[in-house]
Structure formats: structure tokens, C-alpha cells
Design a protein around this ligand. Structure first.
Ligand code: ZN
Length: 742
């Protein structure tokens, strides 16, 4: 609920500060002084009424002075310039209707805070000269480097060029005005004392009103007791006379000038950005945490500027300084802003004489007081606590605004902030590093961007010599080219430090060098070339060869071998193509759970009626070695598990073989014999043997050292048969038994 007891005094405080600011900005903009006050009236009464912001105050903005000055100079007349302001207002209305205001959420938080800090510092630095009576610069200028029109004319001897915030501050302390300084410093002291001791008891009286009243009173006392230092003339508020009339109408003939439109777009964009920044910043300062709808704000501002153009005001935006004064004077609702607009109008019509008694020094004290609050070091300390990604954009924004102007500073700050936002997004999640002894595993995450390049690069560089690094990109959906380059260069250099690199899951690269890749391709190509040569050779030697092998007899042998045996079955037996039907797996396993082999078995026995099944192991078998090892190899552990039971079942015999190699060879033989046992336990083999007496089963071991095969038939005790528990009966045999019992 609006609290009029607080809003009305606050509105007086804002109006008192706003009047010299409106005049100063109008002067700096090269516009008639009254057009500044008109902007203040419309910004308060009209925008205040339409806006949904409760604390924001609108009026002529320091950030637009350059544009206004340039615009009036280009169009060579103020009424022509007003036409641009009308168009800018219409554009802002369109922005609001198109709902572009939502883009204001893109301003990063450290940038908004940096802006508040910078404007605080600017207030302190720019108002301090006024505080001590050096009113060379117009009130309300915010840019770092001053221009001629920012400066008062009647300062004889003062430099007209090379003036900026810092040099002006230095000049001020060599040009102290004793009367103004006394008033300014006492006003500042009053503001602090009031806030410290009285404010709680008199919450509806803003300290700034007390300070201004004191300033005026002090000056009256000086007039009586020390007239030589009384503050007069340019050191006082100077509301001009209404002689020429307040209202100026736009010159519509300017619509024919294309410059009018360019200017309108510029004003609309700058005014909208400044407004959105200010309401966003004020919303953050609002103790009641109210939210200002940005598109509604653009419509309010557009209406305000449309009206400014129509009746002679300079363009307006929401302005942070007056908003902050409003807040610190205790405003609770937009009644304060609306009322401040009406008060500016009244000041022109009826209160001009009284207001022109106010020393600028006392108003400067009010602004310095607000500036110190805005640029309080506690914000910087809070930002420091949040890390570099917050503090750097904050400081960069603040310094850029301080040393250039608001919009440039915001742009620089937003770019810096965006870099940190992107970096944070990706660096934190780019990769995970696991260290297991000398093995370093680097797992790349879903998005690996340019920002991870530095981290990955320094990580790879820091790897110790003789280590092994696994770079796993299987989870990465996208990997930046720069990152791929880093990995590729590392792969090339790794051998120098004897680092073994295993790159997996990155489709576009492997741990192989370009030379190795070329060799692999050549090897592959050779394979196909060999095939053509072989086919032609066969054809030449035996023109019927391929006809015979493709129409020849069925295979006579099912050969069950090991996948990693170096030589294939038909080579070691010199079998004619088609004679052998080959099945290979790791460790030449016969498992009744292996659907692949069981299907092969059924097909070869039931359909091909193969007379021989050979299970062929080989010495130096990697599968058997895996089973003998205590290391884990993943899924292979499960597959070769039966070999471990061979060792267990034959431990007495194996214990007597002391030679490691001989022991391994024996295990391989025993393992082959066990596979024959499994073969005989399958129903399909049992049925076929019962019915046809075939297949005959054979246990072989191939010696890779000699190329010779050993047939283990002397150790095959087929006569012992299979244990009754594993026995199956052929259906025909079963029927015969049933009929014989009947
Ligand atoms: Zn093997």
C-alpha cells in the first residue's frame, strides 16, 4: 500500500535534486533549459502513472546527452529534433508490444551491480567539486571526458579542453569556494547524523530535505553575518524564467530528412536499454523485492517520449540516480515519482523564486551521500567471496563505465561476463581425471569446448614420464577442434617421455600416428589384392576349381578351434576348400549354453551328417593363459571360467609338473579332453551316435612351434561313456523299449 506520509516528503527530496539535474543535462545536451524541466515533468507525472515500477524515477538522462547534442547539431533545429523524439517514442511503444523487454534478463548480475557501483563512484567524483563550490561542470554529467557544452561559460581562466572527471576533481581543490564548502560539508554531515540518530524517530522526514533546508538557512545566515562568502549566482539553482513559454512543438517538415529516422532509432534503442537496466537495478535494491514488468515499462517510456517530442521535452529514460535518491528518501510507491513530476511543474509556475535560493553544494551533498551508498565497498567484498567469475565482470563494468560512459561500460562488462559464464558452464564439467598408480584416465564429458583446451593441455603436459594415459571420449557428443588438436599433438609427443596414450571413443582420431594409419590401410588393401591374385592363380592352375568347390560334396569335418590360433584349420590340414566346417571361439570351448556352437552342431549332425568332429586346442593359447592368470579381463573371465575347473579337477597330476611351460601345455590338453566330454553330453551328438554310430569325436592339439598336430586319441576313454546322469534316449529307442516291455 502506498504510504503518502513517506511518498510526499520523498517526492520533494527527489524534485529538489531532479531540478538541477534536468537543467544541467539540458544544458550539456545543447537543448533549451526548459526542455530539460519538461522532460522531468513528463518523466514523473506521465511515465510514473503508466509504469508498474514503484521506485523508478524517469527524466532527462545523462546517457543521452551525446546523442541529443549530436542530433540537434545535425538537424540544425530543436523543433526538428523533437520530431525524432516523437518517432523514438513510437518505436519504444512497438518494442513493448513486441515484448523485447524480456531481453533485459540477459544482463548478467555482476554487470548490473557494477553499473550501480560505477554510478556511485561517478556521483562521488562528479559531485565533490560542486560540494566545495566549483560549479564549472554542469550538474548531472556522467561521462568521463567533458565536452565544451558540459562546462559553465562564466569560469574565466579555466581550461576548456582536456577536462575529465579526475582533472576536474583536482581543479576543484585548488578553487575552493569557502561559503559553498561550508554549506556542502555541513549538509553532508547533517545527512549522516540524521540517518544515524534521528531517522528512526522521524521516519517520514527524509534526511535530504533536512539537509537542503539547512543549506538554504545557512546561506541566509552567511548573507547576514559573512556576506563576502555568501553563495550566489551560478552556485545556486537557476530555474530560468518562463518568458518564452514552456511548450515547443515539433517541426513536422523534418520528416522529409532521413537523419530524423536514424536519430529516432538511436534514441529509442539507447533509452530502452538504459531504462531496462535501471528498473532491473532498482528492483534489486527494492526492500520489498517488487518486480517491474519490462514490456510495460517500455510502453510507459514510449508514451513519455512521444509526449516529450510533441510538447518540447528532451528524451527521457528511467534514471538510476534519481531512483536511488527516491529510495533513500523513503519512497514506498510510484506516488512519489508522479508527485515529483508535478512538483517540478509547480516549481516553474509558482515556486521559482524560492527554489533559486538553494545552493548547489547542498544538493551535491545529497548526491554524494547516495553515491557512497551505491559504491559501498561491502558490495565488492561480497563479490570477491563469489570468485573471479563474479568479481572480474563487476570491476570491469564499473571501471569501463567510470572511464567511458554507461552504454560502453555495460557492453564491455556484458562481454566479459559472458566469457566467464561460458567458461564456468564448460570448464567445471569438461572432463574428469582419475589416477590409478601410473595409469591416468581422462574422461571427456558430453560437451568439450574451446574453453577446455587450456585445462586439458596443461593436464597432458604435466603427465609424468613412463606413465599410461587413457583418454576416453566415448561420452562426448561434441569435441571442439582445438581440443582434438591438443590431443593429437600430445599423441605425437608422448613417445619422447615414454608415455603410452590410449585414445578411445573419439570417432575422428585414434592413438595411431598418420604413418601407422597409412600402413594399416595398405595392409588391408593388400588383403584384397592377394585375394584377386589367389583367385586368378587357382583359376589358371585348375579351371574347374571354383565350380568344384561351390558344387562339391558336403563338409566331412566339423572343426572346433580357438579364435587366437595363428594358423587356420584348412592350412594346417591342407584340406580342400569346403571339406572343413569351422567353428572358432576363444579357448575352443564346447559349452551347452553357447547357442552359436549348439546351432552349428545341430546343423552339421542332423542335416550335413558330418562323420567327424574335431576339437582342436593349441599351445600358447591366450584364452587358456587368461584363465590361468589371476588378472581380470572383463567378460572373458566368464567365458574361460571352465578352464579353472579343469585345473581344480586335475590338481594332483598338475602338481607333479614343475616346469611352467609343460604344465601349461598339459592344461591345454586336459582342457581339450574336457570339451570332448561336453560334446558327448549334448543330446544331438548322443542321438546321432545311438542312431547312426557317428559322429566320431577327436581331440587335437596344434603346436604352433612345429606346425604339427597331436591326436590325443590314446587319452580319449570313450568306452567309459558318459555318466548316466547326462544320458539321453533317442525317441525311436524309447519306443522300442516300451513295446518290448508290453
Ligand atoms: Zn587359443
Amino acid at each position: 500500500m502506498p504510504d503518502l506520509k513517506k511518498d510526499i516528503p520523498a517526492s520533494i527530496a527527489v524534485a529538489l535534486v531532479a531540478i538541477p539535474l534536468c537543467l544541467g543535462i539540458a544544458h550539456a545536451s545543447g537543448a533549451p533549459l526548459l526542455s530539460g524541466l519538461m522532460g522531468g515533468i513528463i518523466g514523473g507525472a506521465v511515465v510514473g502513472l503508466l509504469s508498474h515500477s514503484q521506485l523508478s524515477v524517469s527524466g532527462p538522462a545523462a546517457g543521452l546527452t551525446t546523442v541529443v547534442l549530436g542530433g540537434i547539431a545535425t538537424l540544425k533545429s530543436f523543433p526538428a529534433f523533437l520530431t525524432s523524439v516523437v518517432l523514438a517514442g513510437i518505436l519504444q511503444l512497438i518494442f513493448g508490444k513486441l515484448r523485447v523487454g524480456g531481453l533485459s534478463r540477459l544482463f548478467p548480475s555482476p554487470v548490473i551491480k557494477g553499473m550501480l557501483g560505477a554510478i556511485g563512484l561517478i556521483l562521488i567524483m562528479k559531485q565533490s567539486p560542486h560540494l566545495v563550490g566549483y560549479d564549472f561542470e554542469e550538474m548531472g554529467v556522467q561521462e568521463f571526458a567533458d565536452k565544451a557544452q558540459d562546462l559553465e561559460d562564466d569560469y574565466p581562466g579555466a581550461p576548456r579542453t582536456g577536462i575529465n572527471t579526475v582533472t576536474l576533481l583536482a581543479l576543484a581543490f585548488t578553487h575552493l569556494d569557502p561559503g559553498a564548502m561550508v554549506i556542502g560539508l555541513l549538509s553532508l554531515a547533517t545527512l549522516y547524523l540524521w540517518e544515524w540518530k534521528v531517522q528512526k524517530r522521524l521516519p517520514t522526514v527524509p534526511g535530504s530535505l533536512v539537509a537542503v533546508a539547512l543549506g538554504v538557512g545557512l546561506n541566509q545566515l552567511l548573507a547576514v553575518f559573512k556576506p563576502e562568502i555568501q553563495v550566489t549566482g551560478k552556485h545556486l539553482v537557476q530555474i530560468p524564467e518562463l518568458s518564452g513559454g514552456l511548450i515547443t512543438f515539433p517541426d513536422w517538415s523534418a520528416l522529409a530528412n532521413p537523419q530524423v529516422y536514424i536519430l529516432a532509432v538511436t534514441i529509442a534503442i539507447i533509452a530502452s536499454v538504459e531504462t531496462l537496466l535501471c528498473v532491473e537495478a532498482l528492483d534489486r535494491l527494492d526492500p520489498e523485492h517488487r518486480f517491474t514488468p519490462p514490456n510495460r515499462e517500455l510502453i510507459a517510456q514510449g508514451t513519455g517520449n512521444l509526449l516529450c517530442g510533441l510538447i518540447g521535452g528532451i528524451p527521457i529514460t528511467s534514471v538510476i540516480v534519481r531512483g536511488s535518491v527516491n529510495l533513500s528518501a523513503g519512497a514506498t510507491s510510484k506516488i512519489s515519482s508522479i508527485s515529483h513530476g508535478i512538483l517540478i511543474l509547480l516549481s516553474l509556475l509558482v515556486m521559482r523564486g524560492g527554489l533559486n535560493q538553494i545552493p548547489l553544494a547542498t544538493l551535491a551533498a545529497v548526491l554524494v551521500h547516495v553515491g557512497i551508498k551505491m559504491a559501498h565497498p561491502s558490495t565488492l567484498r561480497r563479490m570477491m567471496g563469489r570468485g573471479w567469475s563474479q568479481v572480474i565482470p563487476y570491476v570491469v563494468t564499473a571501471l569501463s563505465i567510470l572511464f567511458s560512459d554507461l552504454l560502453i561500460g555495460i557492453m564491455v562488462g556484458t562481454v566479459v561476463s559472458a566469457v566467464f559464464i561460458l567458461r564456468n558452464l564448460h570448464v567445471a564439467q569438461g572432463l574428469t581425471v582419475n589416477r590409478k598408480g601410473s595409469l591416468i584416465q581422462i574422461e571427456l564429458h558430453q560437451e568439450v569446448t574451446f574453453f577446455h583446451k587450456v585445462r586439458l593441455g596443461s593436464l597432458l603436459e604435466s603427465l609424468p614420464a613412463d606413465s599410461t594415459v587413457e583418454i576416453d571420449g566415448s561420452k562426448a557428443l561434441s569435441i571442439d577442434h582445438d581440443v582434438l588438436d591438443v590431443i593429437e599433438v600430445f599423441c605425437q609427443r608422448a613417445p619422447q617421455k615414454n608415455i603410452k596414450v590410449i585414445v578411445g571413443g573419439i570417432a575422428t582420431m585414434s592413438s595411431f600416428s598418420e604413418k601407422q594409419k597409412a600402413e594399416m590401410q595398405a595392409e588391408y588393401d593388400q588383403l584384397l589384392a592377394n585375394n584377386r591374385a589367389w583367385a586368378e592363380d587357382c583359376q589358371q592352375k585348375d579351371p574347374d576349381f571354383f565350380y568344384r568347390t561351390s558344387h562339391g560334396p558336403k563338409p566331412h569335418f566339423l572343426f572346433i578351434g580357438c579364435s587366437d590360433c595363428g594358423v587356420s584349420a584348412d592350412i594346417i590340414t591342407a584340406a580342400e576348400p569346403g571339406k572343413l566346417l569351422v567353428h572358432r571361439n576363444i579357448g575352443n570351448m564346447v559349452s551347452l549354453h553357447d547357442m552359436n556352437l549348439m546351432s552349428v552342431l545341430q546343423y552339421t549332425i542332423d542335416h550335413l551328417v558330418v562323420p567327424h568332429i574335431i576339437v582342436c586346442g593349441h599351445y600358447n593359447c591366450g584364452g587358456i593363459r587368461a584363465a590361468l592368470s589371476t588378472d581380470s579381463f572383463g567378460l572373458i573371465d566368464n567365458w574361460v571360467h571352465p578352464v579353472k575347473s579343469v585345473i581344480q579337477e586335475n590338481q594332483t597330476e598338475l602338481a607333479q609338473i614343475l616346469d611352467q611351460t609343460q604344465r601349461e601345455r598339459r592344461i591345454i590338453e586336459l582342457h581339450v579332453l574336457q570339451q570332448i566330454g561336453h560334446l558327448l553330453k549334448t543330446p544331438v551328438v548322443q542321438n546321432s551316435i545311438q542312431k547312426l554310430g557317428i559322429p566320431r569325436v577327436h581331440a587335437w592339439v596344434y603346436d604352433e612351434g612345429t606346425g604339427k598336430i597331436t591326436d590325443l586319441k590314446s587319452q580319449l576313454h570313450l568306452s567309459e561313456g558318459v555318466h548316466p546322469a547326462f544320458g539321453f534316449q533317442h525317441p525311436a529307442q524309447k519306443n522300442a523299449e516300451i513295446s518290448s516291455t508290453v
